[in-house]
Design a protein around this ligand. Structure first.
Ligand code: GLU
Length: 553
């Protein structure tokens, strides 16, 4: 009798399960992993993390890593959502072997890789399940489901939901079903659970070890009213047909594990290995001020939850990947130290050692990992990466680089050689505005440290300008500054000043500080002579004049 119902429900499905299995032959690869995002907006850093782990696991075992787009929730789709996912993975150098190559095209033999195009496949399996009595149509309206919940509340049912004695449509007769269909009542398809209430079983998770959970007893929806599958069903059918050996996904799916395991078993498919990754957490002060509390990084509250946050402010891609692995695996940092140039996919990763409580997001750590990464790059690589970043994100900076790329390349050793302070490309214009911004510097208010010298600075600057020769080497330039210091009552050595402060107006450090302030607008900078060489004679002179003028104003 179920065959008749299956036919009435899915008259348009002419394929069968055997044909589907033939279309997707078993794979030879020892490991197949997948990243299966829904195209519902920009990618969350947690999504990138999941993709990265899946990619590394596949690479380690010379396996296949595929991208599958889970677009069965048609209301939540975003225009260009697929291209956004593809380009984000490309930007972060996470390469997949099969999957969509654009909004409309795929590559790989196990496609289509967009669930919305696999409707016929899911319905073929659903039809088969109905035909063998393992699934049935449910005609309950939202109001009826609401009433069911209410009755369960009143009866004090421990297990809520659509199951066993509460599952009204479970035992409809063939006549009732056909009458409902003739009346065009909307329906969903539910899988008939064979789970037993109160029976527990152990399921293995690669990260969490053995987990004991109650068997699933709910008659879970597998096909929705719109004919598309639920996540649960699509997961089981797709991962079976696509040959996934490892399901590595966010731990929000952990509670659905009994449903998924039951579905694999009901279908007669081998169950894949599961790994449920803990989310990236954030620590913040409790509202009452007493200590810290942990919560998940949130798309709504935390800008750093958005993947594009990192490329927009110019963290090098490898730094972000290094960072994600550093916070999730204690073995990563020591490995990375020894293997700075190896691709992340070479990391001998062991997910069973990952933290169950979730990696903690920490900006200080991110910046320190990123500084190490920037420090390790050659100036040529930095120049090329900064240019690519600036083109997208800081047009004025990009124009400056384009004007004289060789000049830009020469500027890099200034901050790169001895200082470990740049973590991301936007730091360059923020920390070294005097190198990379064309607006005149701002000199007022005069820093407190310079205030006691205010009256003497103009004459000192004048003497400096008069003796300045761009051709002087570093030693000759400094000799002149020392000469000026002496002439204006400043100790020519800082040691001298320390011994007899009462005899001097200050020391050579103060005098070079005035020049530094003129050239950079700051009290600290990398080597001043080198900065002057980089800026050129006109610009260097212009800045000293500008500071001089600001003191007269
Ligand atoms: N589409 C699901 C999600 O984005 C995928 C979960 C999975 O990897 O199976 O959460």
């Amino acid at each position: 009798m179920s065959k008749k119902i299956a036919e009435a429900l899915f008259p348009h499905i002419q394929t069968d399960v055997a044909e589907m299995e033939g279309r997707y032959p078993p794979r030879k690869a020892a490991c197949v992993t997948r990243f299966a995002p829904s195209p519902t907006g920009f990618m969350h850093i947690g999504g990138l993390y999941t993709a990265l782990i899946n990619c590394i696991v596949a690479r380690q075992k010379q396996g296949v890593f595929l991208l599958r787009i889970e677009d069965t929730d048609q209301k939540r789709q975003l225009e260009n959502g697929v291209s956004e996912i593809i380009s984000t993975l490309r930007d972060f150098d996470i390469r997949f072997d099969e999957g969509p190559s654009s909004e409309t095209e795929d590559y790989g033999m196990y496609g289509p890789y967009r669930q919305s195009l696999r409707r016929e496949i899911y319905q073929t399996y659903a039809k088969y399940l109905v035909a063998c009595g393992k699934a049935y149509p449910c005609f309950c309206t939202p109001e009826e489901l609401q009433q069911l919940r209410q009755r369960q509340e009143e009866a004090g049912a421990l297990q809520k939901g659509y199951w066993g004695p509460w599952a009204r449509c479970r035992d409809l007769t063939e006549e009732e079903i056909l009458a409902n269909l003739a009346a065009q009542k909307p329906f969903v398809i539910r899988m008939r659970s064979t789970g037993r209430e109160g029976v527990f079983r152990t399921i293995h998770d690669e990260l969490r070890g053995d987990i004991t959970m109650q068997e699933n007893i709910l008659d879970t929806v597998i096909i929705k009213q719109d004919g598309l599958p639920t996540y649960h069903f699509a997961h089981v059918i797709d991962d079976h047909l696509m040959g996934s050996t490892d399901i590595i996904r966010a731990d929000e799916w952990l509670s659905s594990l009994p449903v998924h395991v039951e579905m694999f078993e009901t279908m007669g498919f081998p169950t894949p290995r599961y790994t449920h990754l803990s989310p990236i957490m954030k620590e913040e002060p409790k509202e009452d001020g007493a200590g810290l509390s942990k919560r998940k990084l949130s798309k709504r509250k935390d800008p750093e939850a958005r993947v594009h946050y990192y490329d927009e402010i110019g963290y090098p891609v490898t730094a972000v990947l290094d960072y994600l692995l550093t916070i999730s695996s204690a073995a990563y940092e020591p490995w990375r130290k020894e293997n700075m140039d190896a691709p992340v996919t070479d990391f001998p990763m062991d997910v069973s050692k990952f933290s169950i409580s979730g990696a903690l997001f920490d900006f200080d750590k991110l910046n320190s990992v990123a500084r190490n990464r920037v420090n390790h790059m050659a100036p040529e690589e930095i120049a090329q990466k900064v240019a690519a970043w600036a083109e997208e994100n800081e047009p004025a900076f990009y124009a400056l680089i384009q004007e004289d790329p060789q000049w830009f390349l020469r500027s890099i050793p200034l901050w790169h050689d001895n200082r470990l302070d740049v973590a991301k490309w936007s730091d360059l214009t923020a920390m070294y505005p005097y190198l990379y911004r064309r607006q005149p510097l701002c000199y007022s208010p005069l820093p407190e440290k310079l205030e006691p010298h205010r009256q003497r600075i103009p004459a000192i600057l004048r003497a400096y300008q008069d003796s300045f020769d761009y051709a002087d080497d570093s030693a000759a330039w400094f000799d002149k500054v020392r000469g000026i210091a002496g002439a204006f009552g400043y100790a020519v050595k800082t040691g001298l000043y320390k011994k007899h402060p009462e005899e001097y107006n200050g020391s050579i450090a103060d005098v070079s500080g005035f020049i530094r302030y003129a050239i950079t607008g700051q009290l600290n900078s990398p080597d001043l002579w080198q900065i002057i060489q980089l800026l050129g004679p006109e610009e260097a002179a212009r800045r000293v004049e500008a500071f001089h003028a600001s003191l007269q104003a």
